[in-house]
Each structure stands twice: as C-alpha cells, then as structure tokens.
Write a protein that binds this ligand. Structure first.
Ligand code: HEC
Length: 260
C-alpha cells in the first residue's frame, strides 16, 4: 500500500475496491498479484470505510488527502447495483483520477447476520459447558463472525466459490475442535478441497487479533449455525491449541490439516 497508485490516486477506485472487493490478476507497483480481497460493504459502515481509507492514504509516506464519510455514502449509492467484486479491467474503467462527490450521510448499518434457530444449538452439552455459557458464546460468536469471518464466508456461511469455501457441513467446521482452533489461530493456505471443489487461497490467522474466549465463541457459533449441529467449544480448547502451536508461524496446509 505504500506509494501504490490505487491508494494515493483517485478516491473512487480505492473506495470501489473497499466496498466491492477485488479479485484475479492485478499489477500493483509493477508486480503481479493474483488473489482475492473480500468486499466490506456489508461489514463496515461508511464512517469506518472513510476512516480506514483516510488512514492508508496518510500512512507510510503516502501523504494523500483524507476521504469523507459522505463521499463513501455517495459511492455506496452509486455502485449499489454492482454485486460482483472488481477485476483489474473493471477497475481500470474508473478514470485513475476520479474523485467522489459529497453525498448525504445516511445511517448505514452493516447487514444483520441471520438469527440462529435455537434448535441449532445443542442443549445437552457434549463439551460439558452449561446452556447459559453456550448462549453467551453464541451471541459473542455471532459478533465475531459478522466482523471478521463474514466478509469472506458470507452471511449465509455459503462462502463465495471458487474463492472462499463454505462453512456448511464441512469436516473442518464440524470435526475436531482442536483442528478448527488451530486453523483460526494460524490461518490456512494453498490448495484445499472443500465439498469437492478446489480452493487455492489464503485465510489469515487471527491469533494476534482474537482472545481464546472469542475464538471459542466463533467456533461455537459456526458449529451451530447454517444448519450445522456440532457441540460447543470451551475456551480451554483454544488455550491449549495456542500453547501447543506457539512456535508455529505459518498457515496450515491441507496435508497437515488432514493428518490432525
Ligand atoms: C480474508 C478472508 C477470510 C476470512 C476473514 C476468514 N476466512 Fe476462513 N477461509 C478463507 C479461505 C480463502 C479459505 C481456504 C484457504 C485455502 O484455499 O487454503 C478458508 C478456509 C476456512 C475453513 C476450512 C474450509 C471450510 O470451508 O470448512 C474454515 C473452517 C474457515 N475458513 C473458518 C473461518 C472462520 C471461523 C473465520 C472467522 C474467524 C474465517 N474463516 C475467516 C478465507 C477467510
């Protein structure tokens, strides 16, 4: 992001990327990249998008002026009908120096995550946790899901094949709690087959972002949502995994995950 034209150049390209995401081959500062950045329009408010855009434009020697909340609101409205993420060619159709006009600030809140059916949460706890604890975990887990996981795995948990895999009924979600904790802590990368489809992307680890309680909560949430019915997970499981893999610095590969 330091000195990148897409960051310090026209306001519209940067805000368009943040709202809708960007995927596929792209050249940045002369180097080719080929990955996927998720869309943030359903996760972040106009105010937060304006704040982070202004931050990256001012940091690392960038020195570009800030972008106001009302400009983000105007861009959100203008690009409303576009649902697909940007590709390089689509992005280049926006003039490099296009700025945004001030719009009216509307109270825009991120889309709500669907409520979990109470029947989805197991009552007789296989993890030995009380029903009260599980209820608290479900609420906290939904919060973590909507601020972190949802941008990639989507509000429905169905993902966005072939870039982000689904969390519905997969062995990684409903299987070993230790493995799922390890994945959320360290991330995973490279070829991974989920539901018979091949993915080859990167999921960032959350070990320096989320506490053990929050990771246990989001695990409990995804294991009992989207039609999944796996037992809740206590924070101790995450604490133990964090300790066991303390020296591990890289994301997991499929071969390692399979051998758990
Ligand atoms: C930046 C996007 C991104 C975020 C944020 C993210 N994931 Fe992922 N996730 C991925 C990708 C991409 C893969 C597949 C990685 C690969 O191709 O090797 C994946 C794989 C997975 C898998 C294993 C495959 C499957 O579908 O069962 C699980 C489980 C999972 N993620 C759960 C989560 C949870 C829970 C969170 C929130 C704490 C989260 N992810 C946050 C992108 C993301």
């Amino acid at each position: 992001m330091a000195g990148a034209e897409l960051v310090v150049g026209g306001e519209k390209r940067l805000i368009a990327i943040l709202l809708k995401g960007l995927q596929g081959p792209i050249t940045v500062s002369g180097k080719p990249f080929n990955g996927a950045m998720p869309a943030w329009e359903k996760v972040l408010t106009d105010k937060k998008i304006a704040a982070v855009a202004s931050f990256v434009r001012a940091e690392w020697g960038n020195g570009a002026p800030e972008i106001s909340e009302s400009k983000v609101a105007a861009a959100r409205k203008e690009l409303e009908s576009q649902s697909a993420p940007y590709t390089e060619s689509l992005l280049l159709q926006i003039p490099a120096d296009a700025s945004l006009s001030e719009g009216a600030v509307a109270p825009s809140s991120p889309a709500p995550v669907p409520d979990v059916r109470p029947s989805g949460a197991p009552t007789a706890s296989a993890s030995g946790q009380s029903a009260d604890t599980e209820q608290i975990q479900m609420a906290a887990g939904k919060q973590v899901y909507s601020t972190i996981c949802m941008a990639c795995h989507q509000p429905t948990g169905a993902g966005l094949p072939p870039v982000f895999p689904p969390l519905i009924g997969t062995e990684y979600v409903t299987g070993s709690p230790e493995r799922l904790a390890a994945m959320i802590l360290k991330g995973n990368a490279g070829p991974l087959t989920v539901d018979g489809k091949l993915y080859n992307n990167v999921m960032p680890g959350q070990e320096s972002v989320l506490t053990d309680e929050k990771i246990a909560a989001v695990m409990t949430y995804v294991r009992a949502s989207f039609g999944n019915k796996a037992p809740s997970v206590s924070a101790e499981v995450v604490t133990a995994a964090r300790k066991k893999f303390a020296d591990r610095k890289t994301p997991w590969t499929e071969a390692e995950l399979k051998s758990f």
